[in-house]
Design a binder for this molecule. Structure first.
Ligand SMILES: [Zn+2]
Length: 431
């Protein structure tokens, strides 16, 4: 965090912990240890919490027995994760008001005079609050109605004559919607949307440029966890992600131990929600399961820049290093039409023709000190050997160009790309 962000966090840390200590879960685990924590570094005196643990003990994480929730953010809904119960984080009216009251001036006005369309994934929980001023909301689900609803709202002006000029939408739905419009010969640039913010997983450069071209809009990458409610948005000035509102305490912990990650090396992203923005279910030292890298402080915003490298379990953590980082791998694989994709539910249902809207199929493994990237392809690499070798080389080159750790390993001959016709791919989100 930058000094500015640290100051904001530490102003409220003591109150945050005093409040959280009222939840049975923290009371049991912390004893009185929390009383000696006043700085972000001192948070390390408290134990970590991860999603599996939080979802098992979610009732005991509440500071009041029957919270008057106005909405719920749920997480853990992705298929195949190691636990069955999603974590439901209630959001109360009091919290919502505290967040709105402390909103920095620059976020109050988005600078776009039209309506903003928010497309909400229903499996993350539908907010029961009314939309904000100039905001329209539509639910996203794997159904033709969701696509038609989006098109209807964008196609014509609202009753006051203004069009939708900005949109927030999950990266999965955005890919599906873009393809669905294309297959029907429609030109989304005519809608007049000029700003698109994405959530869920990162949109790869391949898709980002396609969407920007078709919509004639700027796409802003966003990193967020549904249970935290604070987006990290890409910055025009420095190109890195900055923490949005409400603020969180951020720790970047070493991949191979409990301490902080050495400067300039990737680490586990651990977040603490703060009082008064989060009151009913405080998440203290919540290990996101994601790996990130601290960059420099941005000259324009005075905020710390962050880079998110993806899920820890989707890459290879070896002695504190993160090889074949999933964001780099995915970005590169999505640029090739020869790599297989897991069919998106909308494709399987026959609603969208494109076979390229689902996530690419791949996995990583460590084999005798060699990092192996197994990639499923749409041809038989044993029949088309020359093409297979060329693709393996270009994938490796592509990943090395954006991932310095993998590049170092490759120079030492410790990375291999292996093409296969079937890969037991890791589970990724569709949304
Ligand atoms: Zn910046």
């Amino acid at each position: 965090m930058s000094p500015l962000e640290r100051r904001r966090v530490e102003e409220t840390l003591a109150q945050t912990l005093a409040h959280a200590a009222g939840a049975p879960f923290y009371k049991r685990r912390w004893g009185s240890k929390w009383k000696r924590v006043t700085t972000v570094e001192e948070l390390s005196r408290l134990p970590l919490l991860d999603k599996a643990l939080a979802s098992r003990h979610q009732a005991a994480l509440l500071t009041s027995p029957r919270p008057a929730g106005v909405g719920t953010f749920s997480s853990g809904t992705t298929r195949g994760e190691a636990y069955s119960d999603p974590l439901h984080v209630p959001v109360t009216a009091v919290e919502r008001e505290a967040r709105a009251a402390a909103l920095p001036d620059e976020l109050v006005d988005d600078g776009y005079p039209g309506w903003k369309l928010s497309v909400i994934s229903v499996h993350h929980g539908l907010p029961r609050t009314t939309p904000g001023p100039d905001e329209l909301r539509v639910p996203w689900l794997h159904d033709l109605n969701a696509l038609s609803m989006l098109e209807t709202v964008l196609r014509q002006p609202q009753p006051d004559g203004r069009q939708v000029t900005a949109m927030t939408i999950g990266s999965g739905p955005l890919k599906v919607f873009t393809s669905w419009l294309a297959q029907r010969g429609l030109e989304p640039r005519k809608f007049g949307v000029r700003l698109i913010g994405t959530y869920s997983y990162r949109l790869s450069p391949q898709w980002q440029s396609l969407v920007e071209e078709r919509f004639e809009a700027r796409v802003y990458d966003n990193y967020s966890l549904s249970e935290l409610g604070t987006p990290f948005t890409s910055c025009d000035a420095c190109g890195l992600l900055h923490m949005g509102h409400p603020p969180l305490a951020i720790e970047v912990l070493a991949l191979d131990g409990p301490g902080p990650a050495p400067r300039g090396t990737p680490g586990r992203l651990v977040f603490t929600t703060l009082y008064p923005f989060t009151q009913v279910m405080p998440l203290i030292r919540y290990d996101s399961g994601d790996v990130g890298l601290e960059g420099p402080i941005c000259r324009l915003t005075r905020l710390r820049g962050y880079q998110v490298l993806g899920r820890l379990r989707h890459g290879l953590a070896v002695r504190g290093q993160f090889v074949l980082n999933p964001v780099a791998v995915r970005d590169v694989l999505e640029s090739s039409p020869l790599v297989s994709r897991t069919p998106h539910p909308m494709t399987r249902l026959g609603l969208v023709d494109s076979i390229d809207v689902g996530p690419p199929r791949w996995r990583v493994a460590l084999e005798q000190r060699v990092a192996v990237l197994e990639v499923e392809v749409r041809f038989d690499p044993d029949v088309y050997r020359a093409q297979a070798r060329a693709l393996e080389e270009s994938i490796l080159e592509g990943v090395c160009a954006v991932d310095p750790t993998t590049s170092r390993w490759a120079r030492a001959g410790r990375v291999r790309v292996r093409l296969q016709q079937r890969v037991a791919a890791l589970t990724e989100r569709y949304d």
